[in-house]
Design a protein around this ligand. Structure first.
Ligand code: NI
Length: 208
């Protein structure tokens, strides 16, 4: 069961083939993907938490900047060939399908590849999906802290020479207007399913 879930959940990089191997050393003291996913699945410990990052326009952003908005947070990287774009399209469609109510939803894309996902590169990328999608990057330790908060597993995988891809868990996180974690959606969640869950939370925002 764990293995199946891992297979489903590790959405990027896993298809690159048998020649891949994890880069050494980097993740020596890190919790395993299974440990992180277990914590997320069963809600062990605190999920989410504060962050301080830089957006795709170069502006410093913290979680506190987004109070009053329902957040859809996605961790990924722009070179991801498969599910990152699919999930970002779902997120973007959901925001559009909500119409004017969608303005209370702020979609965030946090890169787990700050090395390659520069500010300019992120700016080009988020524009492909939604005008209100905010791309966030930061120093490796800032990224690691926020990813750890959300129990995101990610690890570089060498694909020969100096190239790499990144294995990572791909969940869409929902955070309420007060910054509290509400839950997560699995990879491949449709826009319809997103708005089904989001709508009731939007009504609580507008009543405030
Ligand atoms: Ni991905």
């Amino acid at each position: 069961m764990g293995r199946l879930w891992l297979t489903i959940s590790f959405v990027c990089g896993v298809l690159v083939g048998a020649a891949t191997y994890p880069l050494p050393a980097e993740e020596a003291n890190e919790p395993s993907g299974a440990e992180l996913m277990d914590a997320l699945m069963w809600g062990r410990g605190t999920i989410g938490g504060p962050f301080e990052l830089t957006d795709h326009t170069g502006q410093r952003r913290t979680d506190a900047d987004f109070r009053g908005k329902l957040l859809l947070i996605y961790f990924g990287f722009t070179y991801c060939p498969d599910i990152c774009p699919t999930d970002l399209l779902s997120i973007s469609s959901a925001v559009d399908l909500l119409g004017s109510a969608g303005e209370a939803v702020q979609p965030l894309f946090i890169t787990i590849d700050p090395e390659r996902d520069t500010q300019d590169h992120l700016a080009d990328y988020v524009a492909l999906f939604h005008p209100r999608l905010i791309g966030l990057t930061g120093h490796a330790d800032q990224i690691r802290r926020v990813a750890r908060g959300y129990k995101v597993y990610y690890a570089k995988v060498s694909i020969g020479r100096s190239e790499y891809t990144i294995d990572h868990t791909g969940f869409i996180y929902l955070v309420d207007a007060n910054g509290n974690y509400l839950g997560f959606f699995p990879p491949g969640t449709s826009a319809q399913r997103l708005i089904e869950i989001i709508r009731p939370h939007l009504s609580t925002i507008s009543q405030k």
